[in-house]
Write a protein that binds this ligand. Structure first.
Ligand code: FE2
Length: 400
């Protein structure tokens, strides 16, 4: 396995901990119609619709499409029969994230360690192999309907090979002739990797899940916001950010907080069968303006930012940057306003971010496009502006 043979002594040491995470292997969505969803995410967000496993490849249980962009891998899966587990979940939750899967050195050992640490099994280790190599997966349950799979890959299916366009797993075939892929190569959206992934849990459950990530997966707390930080007059939430040992993945966990009106986290839960789940996936770009301009050109439905936001943003952000000895925001301020991008700063630098509207009719999962210029936080200064904008959206849906 190239990942192992190319690894140095430090990596060899890390391997003694079975829960060392190598990468976000993939994020699996359960969707009602993967064929159409693949076209939506390819067309709107610039993903390569790269590979498929379906009836034509001998998969009689589900259709699965691998979408890729940078180091992002999304599997869109649709069950083909009524008694498939995903059919029941789609009825309850609509389209959304089922599995946040991590590449590890040995999936079975990672799963065993997570279970020793108190994690519940979602499914037992299973290996699929062919002449090219093998993929082993095993899963533990996290909050609500979400699972973390551990994935270990051998020989032709190792992650470096997959990143170079090799088959994702036995039973997948490449979709080289899919016309949209050529267009996307010529018009890149510039999304590089999953920066963070946010979960919504029930009122009072956040600390339990913070402990779960510490005890079961060995994560630690990255940042902490309380409801005074993230509150408007009408809706509030509390959030704690969990990070894997190597900061490979950051997973903020939100719970609703008391407000005069319904919290956006509560709105999510109301439309997600009162079950915790993934609220948003944040994709990193090196160039927020170019990415957002291309995504807008493609018709991506972003959250509308109130005009008044731009009256105060530069004073707030540049003051913060100056205070900590950082240079001011270098991107064109007028262009940022035209593109409706949010800006925030902390003691380490600044970030640019923008949130999409929900990706499906239920107000559940959405995406964030984020670019970091030193800042490692999550846009705390934007929360107020964001929630005011979100509340406008909630009101339009009659959910305030
Ligand atoms: Fe975020």
């Amino acid at each position: 396995m190239a990942t192992l043979s190319s690894a140095g002594p430090e990596a060899a040491g890390r391997r003694t901990d079975p829960l060392t995470l190598i990468d976000v292997d993939h994020v699996r969505f359960f969707v009602g119609n993967a064929k159409q969803a693949a076209f939506f995410y390819g067309s709107a967000y610039g993903f390569q619709v790269e590979q498929v496993s379906d009836l034509t490849t001998g998969n009689r249980e589900s259709a699965q499409y691998l979408l890729t962009q940078g180091n992002i891998r999304i599997i869109l899966e649709t069950p083909l029969t009524h008694d498939h587990g995903a059919s029941e979940e789609l009825k309850c939750y609509g389209d959304g994230v089922k599995d946040v899967a991590f590449t590890v050195f040995d999936a079975e050992k990672a799963w065993e360690q997570a279970r020793r640490n108190g994690g519940d099994s979602a499914y037992e280790p299973r290996t699929v192999s062919d002449a090219r190599g093998s993929v082993t997966m095993a899963g533990v349950r996290t909050y609500g309907r979400v699972v973390h799979s551990f994935v270990s890959r051998r020989n032709g299916y190792d992650l470096p090979a997959v990143k170079q366009g090799g088959e994702f797993a036995p039973g997948f075939r490449r979709m080289d002739s899919f016309a949209l892929n050529a267009f996307n190569r010529e018009h890149p959206c510039g999304l590089k990797f999953v920066d963070h992934l946010v979960g919504n849990v029930e009122l009072g459950a956040m600390n339990r899940w913070v402990s779960w990530y510490q005890q079961v997966l060995g994560f630690s707390m990255f940042k902490h916001f309380d409801d005074k930080d993230i509150a408007t007059d009408y809706s509030a939430l509390m959030s704690k950010v969990m990070a894997s040992g190597n900061n490979l993945i950051k997973m903020p966990i939100n719970e609703p907080a008391e407000g005069k009106r319904k919290s956006q986290v509560q709105e999510y839960l109301d439309w997600h069968a009162m079950t915790p789940g993934v609220q948003h996936l944040a994709f990193r770009t090196d160039d927020e303006l170019t990415s957002v301009a291309e995504l807008r050109r493609r018709g991506v439905d972003f959250l509308a930012i109130p005009e008044a936001y731009y009256d105060s943003v530069w004073k707030r952000v540049n003051h913060q940057l100056e205070t900590h000895g950082h240079t001011a925001v270098k991107e064109d301020h007028q262009r940022i306003r035209q593109l409706g991008i949010l800006v925030d700063a902390d003691d380490e630098g600044y970030l640019l971010q923008l949130f999409t509207r929900p990706l499906q009719d239920r107000p559940t999962l959405f995406f964030e496009i984020i670019c970091r210029r030193g800042s490692q936080s999550f846009g705390k200064g934007n929360f107020k502006a964001l929630f005011e904008a979100l509340e406008g959206e909630q009101a339009r849906r009659g959910n305030l």
